[in-house]
Design a binder for this molecule. Sequence first.
Ligand code: SAH
Length: 208
Amino acid sequence: MLDVRKIRLILELRESGISNSNVLSALELIPREKFIPENYRNQAYENIALPIGENQTISQPYVVAKMTELLEVENNHKVLEIGTGSGYQCAVLSKLARRIYTIERIKNLHDKSCKIFEQLNLTNIVSKYEDGNNGWVEQIPFDRIIFTAATENITEKIFSHIKENGIIVCPIIRDNRQVIIKYKRKNNKLISQEFDDVLFVPNLKGIN
Ligand code: SAH
């Protein structure tokens, strides 16, 4: 039953403009239901965000697919994710990159996601319970960085984590909106490009 719904979802994503077949395959490989509380599991393959507890949500599959596509991940890449949440986005990235470093500021979500990564044998994910705005200094530089909580801007701290020609994808808060921005580091500057309007939970300081 889930399989039929999954195939339908993948087709829907393709129709919505996701054309990178590696990205679509990664979404097909990861069982989204594992990242969702039991009472919502029957909706795992609907194209909607769902609650994961702690007032947080697992992102809509279209948004995961879109941000993953914009990140242009290659199989030798080292990726940083700020905002592990359920771990779903991270799991999708783990099928495309060499290694993912992911940071979550809510202990309960960090612990839950670590267990699922272990169950699914996703051994190229390294998780940390911390404020992601502090980055992961020991692992600099990164080929790619993804934010999965809405933030005001890219700080100097995070900028120092990305390689020349590296890409950062982030929901940025603009007045009353949030927009997905893709940044490319070129000659020590970030060149930005705007994409879809989205609705993410905010990036918050400190740990919880
Ligand atoms: N990528 C997630 C969805 C994001 S929910 C998924 O696929 O399910 C956003 C997550 O970012 C939340 O769990 C929230 O606690 C976390 N977050 C917000 N601010 C953060 C910060 N400064 N550092 C680390 N995690 C943060």
